[in-house]
Design a protein. Structure first.
Length: 139
């Protein structure tokens, strides 16, 4: 049985996951269907800014040697586009730099993931369980 988890990347990273959404997209592609798994996480840092976190996925992810075909991709720049942000959040948003202002006046800072790393240490065990562990670096 698979599991999904958000884990602390370092012992020093102290945060709470306030919201998390998961979307599985099945899109038609050339000669086959392509699956995309979208993860959105709202963190609340406790003592200092978060440097990294880990995500455990209930499936393995295909990796590619082709730079144009990333295994994982940060879409924070797209979210701060007001048209795209409005579609994602289902309400009008206003972007001010890397912060979104929602219709109710609340603000949502959007942080970019600088690097995704598929963890190899437990890759054999995880692959056998058809799972994968990713480290996401914010700085």
């Amino acid at each position: 049985m698979g599991s999904f988890a958000v884990l602390h990347g370092d012992e020093d990273d102290d945060f709470i996951v306030e919201n998390c959404h998961l979307n599985l997209w099945s899109l038609s592609g050339f000669m086959r269907r392509v699956l995309y798994f979208d993860v959105g996480i709202k963190f609340v840092a406790q003592s200092h800014p978060i440097s990294k976190f880990q995500v455990l996925l209930p499936f393995d992810v295909e990796t590619s040697d082709v730079a144009a075909v990333p295994s994982a991709e940060d879409i924070s720049a797209r979210i701060t586009n007001e048209r795209v942000g409005s579609l994602i959040f289902g309400e009008p948003v206003t972007a001010v730099g890397t912060t979104l202002r929602l219709a109710d006046g609340s603000t949502l800072p959007v942080a970019a993931v600088k690097a995704f790393e598929k963890e190899a240490a437990d890759a054999k065990e995880l692959s056998r369980a058809r799972m994968s562990l990713w480290t996401c670096r914010l700085s």
